[in-house]
Design a protein around this ligand. Structure first.
Ligand SMILES: [Zn+2]
Length: 232
């Protein structure tokens, strides 16, 4: 993915940073700089690790503002949406090794429209509770908060993981329109203008994704896009 290793030539006067035993810098030494290394990428170099699909996750509340009431306008008017912000830790296998990834900043709101009630669709918040095996006879804010604080760091849920990337440069340059809303996703909603995350010749999703409009390399990340019922 990078050519850093090939370009990093250690000279006899520099410290070999890779070897912790040799990594003892003299007082005047600041460490080596690779002047010919590729340009660093904005938005970080993180690429998604967890394959898109259904995964078990360990539920935990976000460190900051785990509960909030989001207010926004919809075609039905101004709404208040009680929301939980949470992490999900997923284990996965890479290079034959068991690893863990923490999927951050998942938002699950509890707002349920009459149409959703009619279609027997739950809010994301309701589906999160069901996924964690929580059943509340009176799901008030206080009861939901208490139940989720008790589940924090202890209870497993099941969800669909997808990869998503967003082009800030295009947002700043006002390049969004009806066909493109800045999002590239492995579960693209093309009606909303999301672009499909590209696959390689082997049929697997590419780990790096380019903005379909400006060509910038985007930092993708995993998101829990749907919740599943626990398996009995
Ligand atoms: Zn772009």
């Amino acid at each position: 993915m990078t050519t850093l290793d090939d370009n990093t030539q250690q000279t006899s006067s520099t410290t070999a940073l890779d070897n912790p035993k040799l990594n003892t810098l003299a007082d005047d030494d600041i460490g080596s700089i690779d002047w010919d290394a590729p340009e660093s990428r904005s938005g970080g170099t993180y690429t998604p690790q967890v394959c898109p699909g259904i995964h078990n996750f360990l539920f935990a509340l976000e460190d900051e503002k785990p509960f909030e009431t989001r207010e926004y306008d919809t075609k039905d008017g101004h709404v208040k949406d009680f929301t939980v912000n949470h992490k999900g830790t997923v284990s996965y296998v890479a290079d034959g090794e068991q690893k863990e990834a923490v999927i951050r900043f998942n938002q699950a709101g509890f707002r349920r429209t009459p149409k959703m009630v009619e279609k027997r669709m739950n809010s994301r918040g309701g589906d999160l509770l069901r996924s964690l095996g929580i059943h509340l006879d009176n799901p008030s804010k206080a009861n939901v908060e208490q139940a989720l604080r008790e589940a924090d760091g202890k209870v497993m849920g099941r969800g669909v993981v997808n990869w998503q990337a967003y082009c800030k440069a295009c947002k700043e340059a006002n390049r969004f329109d009806a066909t493109w809303n800045g999002i590239v996703s492995t579960n693209a909603n093309t009606k909303r203008g999301e672009a499909r995350w590209p696959k390689g010749a082997d049929g697997k999703y590419l780990t790096d994704v380019q903005c379909p409009k400006c060509g910038a390399t985007l930092a993708g990340r995993e998101r829990i896009t749907d919740y599943k019922l626990p398996q009995v």
